[in-house]
Design a protein around this ligand. Structure first.
Ligand code: 13P
Length: 285
């Protein structure tokens, strides 16, 4: 199949009522874990990179990613996650991303909407999908291990979501409804009523950030209530780290490549499981 836009993948997901996993990668091992899992399941997948990967200092990695996605046997969107500026979004496009997220969720509403609009004008001229966020999902992506708590005062309101969509015509919208990035402090409490109200008013796919740390029942319920993209990183990365720790503890003799094999296998298993739980349909369906 190939490198496609995220709009292509998410429009089908919305039409057929399932979610697609969007997994962050910063290295080739995790990339292969994600893509091999999707290829085995014959499902579309969203491969996400972070702003440092498109800074101009990681061109070799980005060239590998675009080439690998192009050669994939399933549709893959290469998406820039959490770009904090217009310029970062443009760098993502020039590095081969087929989709970018402008994250203005910490900015005042009007500024977030105005920059999102500029990003959309430029990105759409190149055939690239744009995601934005309204409300704010707590937890700093670079500090995922300390534990985070959702702050209801930052949840997305229906009024804001509608106004934001009307102003920007964004392709898909990330909302804050009780998840956090990274490890949870306490038990997550998702505001499904809020999600239903937002879903009823917006014609575009809704995105969930902070996908790690929920139960399989939570994911299924989120999909039933209309989530079409689930961003996922921490649990995959921690599962890989745990598997390596266990392997090192239990194995007397090994070489470096054995560790890579263990890491990739553990991450791939997490991705495979979540593709199933998110209900992502195979490409032929
Ligand atoms: P987690 O690391 O909590 O899975 O969140 C990932 C994410 O939302 C990336 O945008």
């Amino acid at each position: 199949m190939s490198l496609v836009t995220m709009k292509e993948i998410l429009d089908t997901a919305k039409e057929k009522n399932y979610a697609v996993g969007a997994f962050d990668t910063m290295d080739t091992v995790t990339t292969e874990a994600i893509l091999n899992a999707a290829e085995e399941k014959h499902t579309p997948v969203i491969l996400m990179v972070v702003p440092p990967s498109v800074s101009g200092k990681n061109d070799v990695f980005m060239n590998y990613l675009t080439e690998r996605c192009r050669k994939s046997s399933v549709p893959v969107a290469l998406h820039l996650d959490h770009a904090p500026t217009f310029e970062d979004c443009m760098r993502g496009i020039s590095c081969g991303c087929t989709s970018v997220m402008f994250d203005g969720s910490s900015l005042p509403f009007e500024e977030n909407a105005a920059i999102t609009k500029r990003v959309i004008e430029a990105a759409h001229a190149c055939g690239i999908t744009v995601e934005a966020e309204i409300g704010h999902v707590a937890g700093h992506e670079g500090n995922m291990l300390d534990g985070n708590v959702a702050d209801p005062s930052c949840y997305t309101t229906v009024e804001e979501a509608v106004k934001f969509y009307e102003k920007t015509n964004v392709d898909c919208l990330a909302v804050a409804i009780g998840t956090v990035h990274g490890v949870y402090k306490g038990t997550p409490n998702i505001d499904y009523k809020r999600l239903d109200e937002i879903k009823a008013q917006l014609p575009v796919p809704i995105v969930l950030h902070g996908g790690s740390g929920l139960t399989d029942d939570d994911y299924k319920k989120l999909v039933e209530h209309g989530i079409n993209k689930i961003n996922f990183f921490t649990a995959m990365s921690l599962a890989g780290a745990e598997a390596v720790k266990k392997f090192v503890k239990e194995t007397a003799k090994f070489q470096g490549t054995d560790i890579i094999t263990v890491l990739e296998k553990a991450e791939k298993e997490v991705v495979r499981h979540h593709i199933e739980v998110f209900g992502t349909l195979p490409v032929s369906c």
